[in-house]
Write a protein that binds this ligand. Structure first.
Ligand SMILES: C[S@@+](CC[C@H](N)C(=O)[O-])C[C@H]1O[C@@H](n2cnc3c(N)ncnc32)[C@H](O)[C@@H]1O
Length: 219
């Protein structure tokens, strides 16, 4: 599929509206997960097609976006990376909060196109650069590194954690948002904020969850 075809698919299979916990950010959002995944799989030549994580703002990402918008000093004038950006809620919040530049990095091509569409819908597409990559191991000298809801798989967590720790050790401000996923690092994080975030029953089995914003390193 070409980037244009992915953007058309996203536009055809989502509706645009405010993120539930971060209404300052407008996003293309999907309906029921399974039917959207089936439609994405039918449209895509890849096997298997990953779940359409890009189609919803996840609770960890919503918490992190809320934190950044409520305390914009953390990103204002700074060079920011959003890791595992999905539809880009965290990157867009950072741009709206005054970041100088935000790179939204996701391994999944649908996510990159969703983030591009969402950045345009929020009028900050000159600040947010959506990039398809696996960023683990790289370092563009970012001042701030944000990662919303990336602790959902053991392998991914074990892969990302040491790299995020290295970025924090060299002086980057590294923050994550998480609702209590199984593979959130058990130590070495300090809590900055805690929110009750609305969630979709289809995705999380409940209508709300407590999600925290955590900083890599001592408090
Ligand atoms: C649960 S979604 C979270 C999306 C967004 N941060 C949010 O909170 O709404 C996790 C995202 O991480 C991405 N991802 C998984 N492994 C990755 C990797 N190695 N490099 C970059 N992105 C990755 C997935 O494609 C997915 O979009």
């Amino acid at each position: 599929m070409t980037p244009d075809q992915r953007r058309t698919f996203i536009a055809d299979h989502t509706t645009i509206g405010p993120a539930p916990f971060v209404p300052e950010v407008r996003l293309h959002m999907g309906g029921l997960a399974m039917s959207l995944w089936e439609a994405a799989a039918l449209a895509d030549e890849r096997l298997p097609v990953p779940p359409p994580y890009w189609a919803w703002p996840w609770a960890g990402g919503q918490a992190l976006a809320r934190y950044v918008l409520d305390g914009p000093d953390v990103v204002r004038g700074r060079r920011v990376a959003d890791i595992g950006s999905g539809g880009g809620i965290v990157a867009i919040a950072a741009a709206l909060a005054g970041a100088a530049h935000v790179v939204a990095i996701d391994i999944e091509p649908y996510a990159v196109e969703a983030c591009r569409l969402n950045a345009m819908a929020n009028g900050i597409d000159t600040v947010v650069e959506a990039r398809q990559a696996d960023p683990v191991g790289s370092d563009d000298g970012w001042d701030v590194v944000l990662a919303g809801d990336v602790w959902y798989e053991a392998e991914l967590a074990a892969y990302m954690e040491p790299w995020l720790r290295r970025l924090a050790a060299r002086g980057a401000e590294v923050l994550t948002g998480d609702l209590g996923r199984a593979y959130l690092p058990a130590a070495g994080l300090s809590e900055l904020a805690r929110y009750t975030v609305p969630t979709l029953v289809d995705l999380e089995d409940v209508t709300q969850k407590e999600a925290r914003v955590l900083r890599f390193g001592a408090g």
